[in-house]
Ligand binder design. Structure first.
Ligand SMILES: [Zn+2]
Length: 203
């Protein structure tokens, strides 16, 4: 499948570039007579919080010693909220009681828009790691910040979350800035987040 927008994803015809009003220069299929906007992957990452203790669940994956957030790719046709519930269930066995959207960040290395949520769980007794997870651990807010993989997008999301007031207004105007170029050892999304299936997806 052509993912970089050179050919029409519906019919395979080579795309032209045409101007679309208010949108600029956009790939256009002359056969379908339709604009083909660039596509990219979408994934969710979760700050999984035990509501009773206010502890945060971090996981270890792929033999790496550092901790990351539970995460995975969104399936085509799936709502972000459903992906959050599914991924937390699949990777930890736990049921998300409710959730809150935090922020998003495009991750160029894997062409993925990462959407970060807080996923609150009430029953942590269901917790068990699946085959994708080496181990997991509940951390206090302070210890979670110390143990998350340095320089990762997961760290950016977690630190941003921890810096917000626990109640009251959200501050979207100052989300903080994550600079992938500043990372000397940028993890791949698979390393940083893990993803379901893994095999069929280039993560
Ligand atoms: Zn076409």
């Amino acid at each position: 499948m052509d993912t970089n927008g050179t050919f029409c994803r519906m019919c395979g015809t080579k795309l032209e570039i045409r101007e679309l009003e208010n949108e600029g220069m956009i790939p256009f299929c002359p056969k379908c007579e339709a604009f083909r906007f660039p596509q990219y992957n979408v994934a969710v990452s979760m700050i999984t919080v035990n509501e009773a203790t206010d502890e945060i669940l971090l996981i270890q994956q792929y033999g790496r010693p550092s901790y990351v957030l539970v995460a995975g790719y969104v399936s085509k046709g799936e709502a972000l909220e459903d992906a959050v519930r599914r991924e937390v269930r699949e990777e930890t066995g736990m049921t998300v009681d409710h959730m809150k959207f935090n922020r998003s960040q495009y991750f160029e290395k894997s062409d993925t828009l990462m959407c970060n949520f807080t996923a609150f769980v009430k029953d942590s007794s269901e917790l068990h790691a699946n085959y994708e997870v080496d181990s997991y651990k509940w951390f206090s807010r302070e210890e979670a910040a110390k143990n998350i993989r340095p320089g990762s997008l997961a760290e950016h999301f977690l630190v941003s979350y921890l810096g917000e007031p626990k109640t009251g207004a959200r501050v979207f105007e100052e989300p903080g800035k994550w600079e992938p170029a500043a990372m000397s050892d940028a993890p791949t999304v698979k390393e940083a987040y893990g993803c379901i299936g893994g095999s069929e997806r280039s993560c």
